[in-house]
Design a protein. Structure first.
Lengths: 196, 373
């Protein structure tokens, strides 16, 4: 997929999780400049508000899996981690949460950079997730490919020719080999066991 | 007590003409204000000569010496060199030049045009005038890179094809092979983000070739001003420049100030904006009685003055001035304003309003393929 770098966040909503209202306000001021509507939260954030955010900016010093309404590392939006104390354990937690970009609390003026990086890293993560799911789905279709090849061999073709024929079907239909195999098998079933 | 005002402009080096124009504008304003009842201003002048290391050194010396307000930095490169020092020492830079946007630093006031004041109207104009094949040409630093990136985006969205892109080192002449390439790619327009000698040599080169070519190429600049228009000579004729202020917009007072102060006697956007910057600083310092940068900034925002450029209120959040986008065509060493917004327009340094019109995050449609036997 061709994707251009996102550097326009106008109209997005950011939830800011930080214990300090002053830091929350400073982040809100930076977000205003980018056209982003920031919602600072100092206590337990509302799950629905979090799920509805386009981006979450969170304090990694006080972050906790229990605060976030998703399984660890499975956030459905980009995450920006605010680095405060730099303690290794907290950095470890943030990395385990798969935080997409980091920004020191002392450098909030560079929030734009963190936004661009977080969106790009998150988009790559989504692509990787989709690719992994597709590979898993295809792997589960291997048996169908073998069955389809065996079915096509019944017409007297050898296995190489049968596989080539299945490939051609997949190419013509613009579907994967596994999908072509599944389609052929279901067609064969509905056609009363007669391979075409 | 006098206000010590830093003026950091390269009045020597590869873009000296722009620095000279801007410095002259600031000094003209100081001179003009000295005749009124404003707090006297003592200029503290530094000439980094276009050398980035000198910007850092001279700015540090100035800030450590107690200067808290600086008007200066022509290039974005030099502004970005100065920002860490301004942050460390609590100084405030009043930046009087057009720039490429994507910045909003708490130690800078942006008084020059942003991309929505120059790139957007210029690319609108090109598309409306039926130009379809653009070549992008810029100086090899952040101004060239970013204005051309934005130009590419705006042109593509408006159906203008980008047929090539080249960058020339700052201070170098534009090589002839780039002119060959523009012709070979059959470009009908060039986005020119060159500065200094690269720009002069390019415009003179392309004008010399245009005499033999059947179809002349429309050149568009986002920063060409009267500061160095005369240096280019007749080769500049027909150049379209997008900016916030041209000599044609200047009052008699400003023209007279330029005649007396600017080395070339001309009003440019650099001259006028530096003049306006000093007016704003002087008025704000007078109203609050201190030169504390954040107090002065707040006063400049809350009680705006009508400057020599007219009203140019500053946005308290984005820290950018509202400006009137204008397009002007060069002819015989002058700019004729061919298009002007009716009123000042707020700066949009992050191009957030472009999102509503054009989305860069649109999914790319899957191509329809078929087997060809």
């Amino acid at each position: 997929m061709t994707r251009s770098l996102v550097h326009n966040f106008s109209g997005q909503t950011a939830v800011v999780l930080h214990r300090s209202p002053e830091i929350g306000q400073r982040i809100k001021d930076r977000c205003d400049r980018l056209g982003v509507n920031a919602i600072p939260c100092t206590l337990h954030p509302d799950s629905d508000v979090l799920r509805g955010a386009d981006i979450v900016i969170l304090d990694i010093d006080t972050g906790d899996d229990g605060l976030l309404p998703w399984p660890r590392a499975e956030a459905m939006m980009p995450l920006i981690g605010l680095i405060g104390s730099e303690s290794p354990g907290r950095l470890g937690w943030a990395l385990a949460q798969s935080v997409d970009a980091f920004i020191p609390v002392s450098a909030l003026g560079n929030l734009f950079s963190a936004m661009v990086i977080a969106h790009e890293v998150f988009a790559r993560k989504l692509e990787r997730r989709a690719r992994d799911a597709e590979l898993a789905r295809r792997a589960s279709g291997r048996l169908d490919v073998i069955r389809a090849v065996l079915e096509l061999m019944k017409g007297g073709r050898d296995e190489a020719l049968a596989l080539k024929q299945l490939r051609t079907m997949a190419m013509v239909e613009q579907i994967s080999l596994e999908e072509a195999a599944a389609r052929l098998l279901s067609h064969k079933q509905s056609a009363g066991g007669r391979a075409t | 007590m006098t206000l010590r005002l830093g003026l950091v402009f390269s009045t020597t080096g590869s873009y000296a003409a722009l620095g000279q124009s801007a410095l002259a504008g600031a000094l003209a304003a100081i001179d003009s204000l000295s005749q009124g009842d404003a707090r006297p201003i003592t200029p503290v002048i530094a000439d980094p000569g276009g050398d980035m290391a000198a910007y850092e050194r001279m700015t540090r010396d100035m800030l450590q010496g107690g200067v808290r307000h600086i008007v200066g930095a022509i290039t974005s490169w030099s502004r970005k060199e100065m920002i860490p020092l301004l942050e460390r020492h609590g100084g405030l830079l009043w930046y009087p030049c057009p720039y490429e946007g994507f910045e909003s630093n708490d130690h800078v006031v942006y008084l020059g045009a942003s991309p929505n004041h120059h790139v957007v109207p210029a690319t609108d104009w090109l598309a409306a005038h039926g130009l379809r094949r653009a070549f992008l040409l810029g100086s090899n630093y952040v101004w060239g890179w970013e204005t051309l990136r934005l130009a590419r985006q705006c042109l593509t969205e408006r159906g203008v094809e980008v047929v090539g892109e080249r960058h020339v080192p700052l201070g170098a002449a534009t090589p002839a092979h780039i002119l060959d390439e523009i012709r070979a790619r059959q470009a009908d327009c060039v986005i020119d983000s060159l500065i200094g000698p690269s720009n002069t040599s390019f415009l003179q080169g392309i004008a010399a070739r245009s005499r033999h070519d059947r179809a002349p190429v429309q050149v568009v600049s986002f920063n060409q001003s009267e500061a160095d228009l005369a240096e280019i000579g007749p080769a500049a004729d027909g150049l379209l420049s997008a900016g916030s202020f041209f000599e044609a917009n200047a009052s008699d007072m400003l023209r007279d100030a330029a005649r007396r102060n600017a080395p070339n006697g001309r009003v440019s956007s650099f001259f006028a904006t530096s003049f306006a910057a000093v007016e704003m600083i002087a008025a704000a310092v007078r109203s609050v009685g201190t030169d504390d940068p954040s107090t002065v900034f707040r006063a400049a925002v809350e009680t705006p003055v009508v400057t020599a450029m007219g009203a140019m209120p500053i946005d308290p959040v984005l820290r950018h001035a509202m400006l009137t986008p204008r397009l002007a065509m060069a002819l015989n060493g002058r700019f004729d304003v061919v298009q002007s917004a009716a009123a000042p327009v707020a700066a949009d340094p992050y191009m957030t309003s472009q999102a509503a019109r054009y989305s860069s995050a649109k999914p790319v449609p899957k191509p329809k393929l078929r087997i060809v036997k």
